[in-house]
Ligand binder design. Structure first.
Ligand SMILES: C[S@@+](CC[C@H](N)C(=O)[O-])C[C@H]1O[C@@H](n2cnc3c(N)ncnc32)[C@H](O)[C@@H]1O
Length: 364
């Protein structure tokens, strides 16, 4: 792969194309099958020979075949059993029998150990696929639920991905019922909440052009995005974080610092903190005052990638553990605070009471 932000895909190599007999057995004639060629450059760029490539939505195993051709191991998940069987047949025809296809959802049958690269084409929203399985993303009834389900998969993928390693997701914006649905862009924002969004590449497929009538806007949609993400948290600038926390304290807001930022406060010689975690009082008024203050300082507020609307009722967020506040300044400075309002072990209120001052800030 070179530094160009686009890649032109001229022709599918017949040697790796999904054979017609397999294609005809699929209920939608494998219209959603990608090209092996589109995956190979990403496999070469973002993994080493012998490493493990995961495709959580593997369809007809184009990614696993590409991994095989590049000398990588492949693990795919395909929820539709007939498609999973078809994938195995295709792989066998190429002697790629070491690649593994699990006929299930990743969340229901997660693998042991870590993976070195996650490479996938996202199942699109708005497909007419019918399924009794509520996890089949092609059958999601509404877009909000669809994005939530996709988010759940990538939360697990982040945990499976080896530190510092990449996740490449192919996606398109869609035309649905005559309107554009910016799926690729929504996905970029959603996944950037879990992994570090590094770049995008645009994949272009050559199609013969047609002249458009005057004022017509619809294109032939012969491109897609490859979103490149990395399992690496951008370390916060601790001095910038400190300044915001001091201002919060001066404004009379209740919170305590914990985790790696608390360790850095106690001993600045420590490595830079990985993130800034705060404990909030577990009552609505204090939490809303703090959130409103942050919003006034330019922070965007969310909970599990969903924007927050103030005031919040903590009772509505039980089991979600934390809110997130993120600010990007015009000079590029970014700050993210994770605001925890419940804990698996121990009581937030008690830990706040026990907080002691460390460099002027309460530390739990
Ligand atoms: C875009 S297709 C993948 C095509 C694949 N890249 C290829 O070229 O062979 C997406 C696939 O995801 C599958 N799928 C949808 N929801 C799933 C889920 N929750 N777990 C696993 N597979 C899922 C669909 O059945 C579909 O086959």
């Amino acid at each position: 792969m070179d530094s160009r932000s686009w890649m032109l895909l001229e022709q599918e190599d017949p040697a790796w194309r999904l054979p017609d007999d397999l294609r005809q057995r699929d209920p939608i004639a494998a219209r959603d099958c990608g090209w092996v060629e589109q995956m190979r450059p990403f496999i070469r760029q973002f993994s080493r020979p012998g490493e493990l490539v995961l495709d959580p939505f593997c369809g007809f195993a184009s990614t696993l075949l590409a991994a095989h051709l590049e000398g990588r191991a492949g693990l795919g998940y395909e929820i539709d059993p007939a498609r999973a069987a078809l994938s195995r047949e295709r792989l066998a025809q190429h002697g790629a029998t070491a690649q593994r296809v699990v006929a299930d959802d990743l969340l229901r049958s997660p693998p042991q150990g870590s993976v070195d690269l996650c490479l996938t084409s996202i199942p699109y929203f708005g497909s007419r696929w019918a399924s009794a399985d509520p996890a089949q993303l092609y059958a999601s009834a509404d877009y909000a639920r669809y994005l939530e389900q996709v988010g759940e998969h990538f939360r697990l993928i982040r945990r499976l991905l080896a530190p510092g390693r990449y996740c490449v997701v192919m996606a398109e914006n869609l035309q649905l019922d005559g309107q554009m649905l910016p799926l690729a862009w929504d996905l970029g924002r959603l996944l950037a909440g879990q992994l570090q969004l590094c770049e995008e590449r645009i994949l272009l497929y050559r199609k013969p052009p047609e002249k458009l009538p005057h004022l017509a806007w619809r294109s032939d949609r012969s491109h897609e995005y490859a979103l490149i993400l990395r399992n690496q948290a951008a370390a916060p600038d601790p001095q910038q974080g400190l300044a915001v926390l001091q201002a919060m304290q001066a404004a009379g807001l209740r919170f305590a610092v914990f985790g790696s930022f608390a360790a850095w406060l106690a001993d600045e010689a420590q490595a830079w903190p990985a993130d800034i975690d705060l404990l909030l009082p577990a009552e609505d008024a204090g939490v809303n005052a703090l959130l409103a203050w942050l919003q006034g300082q330019g922070f965007a507020l969310s909970c599990w990638q969903q924007a927050l609307r103030l005031p919040v009722r903590l009772a509505d967020y039980r089991g979600r553990y934390y809110f997130r506040a993120e600010r990007v300044l015009r000079n590029g400075e970014r700050l993210r605070l994770d605001l925890c309002f419940e804990l698996d072990e121990g009581d937030v209120a008690e830990r706040l009471l026990d907080a002691r001052l460390c460099r002027g800030l309460p530390v739990a």
